[in-house]
Design a protein. Structure first.
Length: 472
């Protein structure tokens, strides 16, 4: 579909109970506006018959390219803003793809980590009751924690890509493998998921959320940031137990706050602790991480423990910013100082889904944007002064329906929140499972999978691809 056709489709769509995008103008004067759709990009290897399984994306302002991880093609998909938004792919050896458990017939013995090339799945539970994301007949279960690639981040001239039991380091221009860093998990192989980069102190952190005691792997990125980059060095395993020694319920997105006016913390969304069973933001002093470079590595039996504010990492105590009850956080991002935003995606059916903005120093609530939650990745775009939220589990009532049902069909949205007023500026229909979002070059990128779905929505987005919107 061409830009004007898509614009006319979306501007002419009435979505009950939702505010459609501002900036819809006449066909003779297309205009732009925050959240107005610009294009839908096809992805090589993806069609109505081949499910697009993707995870997170990142934008490189120096190369003017957007990158997103692609499990179906075992690749990194690259959108080149210098070349008409052309989509190409890096396909380094060793990417896991969609994997999980295969049963030859109901009741047969499970074979773990079986690649599922088309990544096809529908709502269902794993037959052995663990971590089931989807099921297709004959009994193929995609295991999210056993699949990759997952997160991707731009680090100097490289890409850091999380995958199962490893971190791949690629040349961001050619896709050549610079390093394959082992991040082993005892027992079941699990993904190194979402990461974040600190260019000030040359650190990188990436979480393994599915472990019995979820942990972060901390790396020194000095070598990877060189003109001729080489592999980074693992300096520590940071176990995210709480002050009672209880394991974290899981780890989500993270961000380093080391820029001007920053708190000098590594912030990570924690799915749950004893004090905050449905989520908190943990602040880890970067000074403690820098200190770990001395005498590194601190891994395995010598791992360090966060342990809440009474951490055993170093001299500086950590910070815990409680999130609202039943938040179940996912995405995190820094906004204008002193703001930090967290996406709530409640697992409790019927719970209102909110976007929360806190004071990153005190934890005080700056704003609760009611009904703007229900997604995953979020980003603040300084150029437009807007927050962009990938609210893939949005509903007509703004209350959680989990993964959706026939009685409560999801209405996936790109939700735009004005950074000054902290109010919803636009809710723009998006594609099925559009849980990933990033901005760059005046555009917003949000991949989506095949649709529409009878439970997960996505009307107007029939095949997997990458939806492109304007930031303003």
């Amino acid at each position: 579909m061409q830009r004007n056709q898509i614009r006319d489709l979306v501007c002419g769509t009435a979505v009950s109970g939702l505010v459609l995008l501002s900036g819809c103008s006449s066909s003779s004067n297309p205009g732009t506006g925050a959240g107005m759709i610009s294009n839908i990009l096809s992805v090589p290897g993806i069609s109505s018959a081949v499910t697009y399984s993707f995870d997170l994306g990142a934008y490189d302002p120096l190369g003017n390219k957007y990158y997103v991880t692609d499990r179906t093609n075992r690749s990194i998909d690259v959108v080149d803003l210098n070349n008409g938004l052309a989509v190409t792919q890096f396909k380094p050896a060793g990417i896991t793809g969609c994997a999980g458990t295969e049963y030859a017939f109901p009741g047969a013995t499970a074979v773990n980590n079986v690649a599922i090339p088309t990544c096809s799945s529908t709502t269902g539970a794993n037959a052995n009751g663990t971590n089931g994301v989807g099921v297709v007949y004959p009994m193929l279960f995609v295991q999210n924690d056993q699949s990759g690639p997952d997160g991707v981040d731009v680090v100097g001239n490289t890409l850091f890509v999380g995958d199962v039991n490893k971190l791949l380091v690629l040349n961001k221009t050619t896709g050549a493998v610079i390093g394959n860093i082992s991040i082993p998990n005892v027992g079941t192989a699990l993904r190194a998921d979402e990461g974040c980069f600190d260019p000030v102190n040359h650190l990188y952190a990436i979480s393994t959320p599915g472990a019995a005691n979820p942990y972060m792997t901390i790396l020194d990125t000095t070598n990877a940031e060189a003109v001729t980059p080489t592999a980074p060095t693992v300096i520590a395993t940071l176990i995210m137990n709480d002050s009672t020694s209880a394991a974290s319920a899981g780890l989500e997105a993270c961000v380093f706050d080391t820029g001007a006016g920053g708190t000098n913390n590594l912030f990570v969304n924690n799915d749950g602790s004893t004090a905050n069973p449905n989520g908190e933001i943990d602040g880890i002093p970067v000074s403690n991480l820098v200190a770990l470079k001395v005498g590194a590595p601190h891994t395995g039996a010598g791992a360090v423990v966060f342990a809440g504010t009474g951490n055993s990492m170093g001299a500086t105590a950590g910070t815990v910013l409680p999130l609202p009850a039943l938040c179940d956080p996912t995405g995190i991002a820094l906004g204008p100082n002193p703001e930090i935003g967290a996406m709530c995606r409640p697992g409790t059916i019927g719970q209102r889904m909110d976007f929360v903005i806190l004071n990153k120093s005190t934890g005080a609530n700056i704003a609760t944007v009611a009904g703007a939650g229900g997604g995953d990745q979020i980003t603040y775009d300084a150029g437009s002064g807007n927050w962009f939220l990938a609210t893939s589990r949005a509903t007509a009532t703004n209350n959680s329906c989990g993964g959706g049902s026939a009685a409560c069909v999801l209405t996936p949205m790109l939700t735009v929140v004005n950074g000054a007023s902290h109010t919803v500026a636009a809710r723009v229909p998006s594609g099925n499972n559009s849980h990933s979002v990033f901005t760059g070059g005046g555009l917003v990128f949000s991949p989506f999978t095949n649709g529409p779905s009878a439970t997960a929505g996505g009307v107007g987005f029939p095949n997997g691809g990458i939806a492109v919107f304007f930031t303003q």
